[in-house]
Design a protein around this ligand. Structure first.
Ligand code: BV8
Ligand code: ZN
Length: 244
């Protein structure tokens, strides 16, 4: 069955592009079995992410928020990168100017070998001290529910960007530069509802880039992009990147 028209055009654009930027969301890790945010499997004890991933929720009940992150760490610890993650590493090695921006905190992109990467919402395997602000790698599963800082004994929190918190300025600058100066922007597996990442499609269009979306369902980005391909990331992304 010949590939859909959209796939042919995006393959052609990628084949001779020298500057490619990619934005990913929970949908790229869904095929690895990681629950998405808005999918039915994304709920924990009927809490929405927006209820728990906030500094207010952590101040109110740090034990509850740590139980939620421990639940996600236990799930993610058993998951591996899928063909879509691996295909993006192949693209990174092939393209002259490549940058990958992910909203995912699951660490599957770096696990797959991605190096030119901004994890703009943080990483679930990193913790930060609320007292001395030191950041530590921590892959303990389970993690003690109120983990303490090995340096000063202060309470640790996930090194993750919560709703209402600003992104790391370097990540934001690096991402905005990559979105504003690429020939092709691929948007993979995101509902496009959370800012500032939700603004990247129109930013790239304004900069004259060719923008393509690969997503299971239509999103607000589908109206903005040049080509919207509806499908599973692990099926479509390797096809787009496979030369010939
Ligand atoms: C900030 C870490 C300065 C936590 C996350 C402007 C307008 C309105 C609101 C705002 C605005 N500016 C700022 C805000 C507030 C807020 C915001 O955007 N709120 C939204 C809800 C309206 N933004 C912030 O607070 C940001 N900070 O701007 O600071 C500031 C502060 C206050 C006020 C002004 C300025 C910080 C946002 C970061 C929050 N942290 N994650 C954690 O993970 O624990 S966001 C989190 O949710 C994810 O990281 C991700 O970004 C988002 C979830 O979205 P997706 O990844 O897209 O996942 P989702 O499940 O929604 O969709 C999956 C998609 O995949 C679906 O479309 C599905 O169809 C598809 N799919 C499923 N399976 C597959 C698939 N596709 C392909 N293949 C498959 N197999
Ligand atoms: Zn400390």
């Amino acid at each position: 069955m010949p590939p859909a028209a959209g796939i042919v055009e995006v393959k052609a654009r990628l084949a001779d592009a020298r500057a490619v930027t990619v934005l990913t969301g929970a949908g790229i890790s869904a095929d690895s079995g990681v629950p998405t945010f808005r999918g039915a499997d994304g709920l924990w004890r009927n809490y929405r992410a927006e209820d728990l991933a906030t500094p207010e929720a952590f101040a109110r009940d740090p034990r509850l928020v740590w139980e939620w992150y421990n639940w996600r760490r236990e799930i993610i610890a058993t998951k591996r990168p899928n063909p879509a993650h691996h295909a993006l590493v192949e693209l990174e090695q092939r393209v002259e100017r490549f940058w990958l921006i992910t909203q995912n905190v699951d660490g599957l992109h770096p696990d797959a070998g991605a190096r030119q990467l901004s994890e703009i919402h943080g990483n679930i395997w990193k913790v930060r001290c609320t007292q001395c602000r030191q950041v530590h790698r921590n892959r303990a599963v389970p993690i003690p529910i109120l983990p303490l800082c090995p340096a000063c004994g202060g309470l640790l929190r996930p090194h993750i960007v919560w709703f209402g918190e600003s992104l790391d300025p370097d990540d934001l600058d690096r991402s905005a530069a990559a979105v504003g100066s690429c020939e092709v922007l691929l948007i993979i597996g995101t509902s496009g509802l959370v800012y500032p990442a939700a603004a990247f499609a129109s930013l790239a269009k304004q900069a004259g880039s060719f923008v393509a979306e690969i997503n299971l369902d239509p999103t607000p980005n589908s109206e903005i992009v040049n080509v919207a391909i509806q499908g599973r990331a692990q099926a479509v992304v390797p096809e787009l990147i496979r030369s010939t």
